[in-house]
Design a binder for this molecule. Structure first.
Ligand SMILES: Cc1cc2nc3c(=O)[nH]c(=O)nc-3n(C[C@H](O)[C@H](O)[C@H](O)COP(=O)(O)O)c2cc1C
Length: 373
């Protein structure tokens, strides 16, 4: 296990952005026809192999988390947190710098998707163009799924737009033209409410407007995260799409569920969000399952401890001790999920703000395993 991890880390250490192929398109060439498992996912010219995507998650999928996931392998495409288009333009105008949420994007390996949100087609197209041509990201994804009130009610964006199909079309068309040849994708929910499922109509519009892929979270905005994701509704969208791939998302938390999503629901790609906060190695396990290989075991407690410390170091380097420790609280709680004493751990972690306190809590809940003599 440790050897596998070291090997992956070494391979990744050798990786850097190929400036002649910043979008990672070259991967198309080593597509063996007889390979088991689903075909690699093609998002325009970008090959997503394996066809398993790390979801955008505001407050979580920053550079440090993406690096942790990248080191394990298995995620064919990773995404940033969502970035507000007009916020981007304002920061750029005032301070000539990129928003905090673009930490790492300039230099990290591709393929990489950046997600943007807003309801203004011009601002979205401006920012999309900057991401595509200046930062040379692989994919520009547009958020039409966020159910948070600040985004929907206050900013009339995210999932609010699922009831404004014309606006969705205009946004996708403008952003796609501005970003070309970099592909643009859309991430949606099934609709605003269960009695107003607009995803089929939105799917057609998104495709006609020039998007290169559609991701669907199988809940409505009203559901928030309640109930179960409706994979039947996700699968039905396949009929609406003539040219572009469908990526399914919602409640995938085991390698078996990833395999099932391809086999039973006919999606072209699977996106994982929350489960991979607790297990960033889930992508590697799912990738093995997809090609019929033995699924690597979960990390031992000692390995998780090392991972937690590595994640913390990445956060500290960027944010310093106090801000970094406070930011790390929520990641540490994710790693503790499902373990004995997780509730007590959360209570302890909630009060820490120094490195010494962080190490103490880790020491207590993720003890080093002693090797048998
Ligand atoms: C904390 C958190 C933040 C999220 N932020 C975003 C976001 O910025 N953009 C987005 O499209 N979806 C966001 N989502 C939704 C996820 O990408 C995903 O669609 C959803 O969690 C369902 O997938 P899952 O069941 O694998 O978690 C977020 C979800 C969570 C839990």
């Amino acid at each position: 296990m440790r050897e596998m991890m070291t090997q992956t880390l070494q391979q990744l250490g050798d990786m850097s952005i190929d400036r002649n192929d910043p979008q990672g398109r070259g991967a198309a060439d080593h597509d063996a026809p007889t390979r088991p498992g689903p075909a690699p996912l093609r998002i325009g010219p970008v090959v997503v192999d394996p066809p398993i995507l790390q979801a955008p998650m505001a407050g979580f999928t920053n550079y440090a988390y993406r690096q942790v996931v990248r080191d394990f392998g298995g995620a064919g495409l990773q995404a940033t947190e969502m970035v507000h288009a007009r916020g981007f333009l304002e920061i750029d105008h005032r301070r000539s710098e990129y928003p905090e949420r673009l930490w790492g994007v300039e230099d990290e390996p591709r393929p990489l998707a950046v997600q943007i949100w807003d309801n203004d087609p011009i601002a979205l197209a401006d920012v999309g163009a900057r991401l595509a041509h200046e930062l040379k990201v692989s994919v520009v994804d547009i958020n039409f799924g966020c159910p948070v009130k600040q985004v929907t009610e206050r900013a009339k964006s995210g999932s609010y737009l699922l009831k404004c199909p014309d606006r969705v079309g205009e946004i996708v068309e403008r952003v796609s033209k501005a970003c070309a040849p970099t592909p643009v994708t859309a991430k949606i929910r099934l609709g605003c409410t269960r009695d107003n499922i607009t995803a089929p109509q939105i799917a057609r519009i998104v495709e006609e407007a020039g998007a290169a892929a559609l991701t669907v979270h199988g809940r409505t905005a009203q559901d928030y995260f309640r109930g179960e994701a409706d994979w039947e509704q996700i699968a039905r969208l396949k009929e609406q799409l003539k040219r572009i791939p469908l990526i399914g998302n919602g409640d995938i938390d085991t390698p078996e569920k990833v395999v099932n999503a391809f086999n039973n629901w006919g999606v072209d790609g699977v996106m994982i969000a929350r489960a991979a906060l607790a297990k960033p190695w889930l992508f590697r396990q799912a990738a093995a399952a997809l090609v019929g290989e033995e699924i690597p075991p979960d990390l031992t407690l000692s390995e998780q401890r090392e991972l937690l410390m590595k994640h913390y170091r990445l956060v500290l380097e960027r944010f310093g001790e106090q801000k970094g420790t406070i930011l790390m609280r929520k990641f540490a709680c994710c790693y503790a999920q499902g373990k004995a004493g997780a509730r007590e751990f959360r209570t302890h972690v909630a009060g820490i703000s120094t490195a010494a306190e962080f190490y103490h809590v880790v020491e207590r809940y993720f003890p080093k395993e002693t090797l048998a003599a």
